[in-house]
Design a protein around this ligand. Sequence first.
Ligand code: UDX
Length: 435
Amino acid sequence: MKICIVGAGYVGLVSAAVLAHWGHEIVCVDKDEAKINALLGGELPLYEEGLQELVEQNMKKERLVFTTDFTQALVNREVVILAVGTPSSEDGHPNLSYLWSALRTLKLQIKQDVTLIIKSTVPVGTCALISQFLNKDSNYDVEVISAPEFLRQGSAVYDFQYPDRLVIGYKTEKARVLIENLFQPLNCTKVFTDWDSSEMIKYASNAFLAMKISYINTIANLCDAVGGNIKDVAYSVGLDRRIGSAFLNSGVGFGGSCLPKDTRALVALGEANGVNVSILRDVLVVNYEQRLRIVNQLKESLGDLRGKNIAILGLAFKANTDDVREAPSITIISIINKLGGQVRVYDPIVNMENLQRNLSFYPATDHYETFDGADAAIILTDWEEFRSLDLERIRQLMNTPLIIDGRGIFEEKKLENQGFLIPQKISPEQDLISA
Ligand code: UDX
């Protein structure tokens, strides 16, 4: 099929690369000139395993083209996929300004009937509004389909091709047939439903994952207070097939561009509609307090942080991505900065220069440089390479052998046996909560 993808962000770029790989002719359009120029020069605006190769191969085969010219991008396109960002607004509701700006341009530029697939995460009712807007006083028929994307950063190329399910909100048989054809290579359950349900499924899924993490973090905090090994507890709870073992890793909590934003969006939706969503509000509170617990453990172990050297291992919100959106590291470094601590940071791929505009830290070039002379080290990303660190060497390098492991990388017993100090497990203080 001849497809135009609007938005060269995470979802747009991965969709473009994989659909081109499946043999479709893709034009990917984005108004960000710097991003498109970089892509045309073979440079990806984000790190994602396997994506660079896929983009290069398909650009060479001329099945994948990038442009900033919307009019040109729409010529002869029977399908348009909308994959622009819908970040949080101040009030928690998603900001749909990029989406509507793209739709206004689309309405002006279309010259034929098209099927419009919405991959952006949008509130319930949006597809209905989009359909009304595009078909009103128009010479062309626009068939709107909701197709929320569930790919995880770090394994996005794989997830696009091997999803657990494909969710489609649709109106007509024509739309259903087109989706069956387009996603024919997918060997997964295909759920065909209405627009509203499809839109809600995306939010409900992400908020549920967030809830699972905050739940296990609450149990971990209880274990710290009264006893119990959280790893054994989580493992055993997860063996119950009704619960499942995924997303039961306790630690510093969730970040990223989706879980926090989508949980906030459901809270805002509940508040706007008089529905009690306190369960979801608490998910966000617990998640924020996990970050404060880490700072408090640091304060409890080191006392005054002024002049203390703190090593931070990992900036990305999770492993295998260079994304720091809503990452725990940002909150924690900024509090340590305020408390007068000196921060030294290592992350294998995150671009540190951008972050140094708002945060104060020294960017180390390797793990061991980060630990050198440190009064404490905090692990904030579950990078695989951290698991094979030489603990003996680290203990010798550190000023005080204190590791606060926010990602459960090391067994606490192992650290203790190697001569490391175990941080006090205490709740965040009131003054940190209000920070
Ligand atoms: C998420 C959803 O998983 C995906 O389906 C959706 O399309 C986009 O949002 P992503 O943001 O890439 O994907 O990350 P995810 O793997 O869900 O992890 C989110 C955060 O939760 C990370 O910070 C991760 O470290 C944290 N996490 C995850 C935990 O703290 N504990 C866990 O057990 C799992």
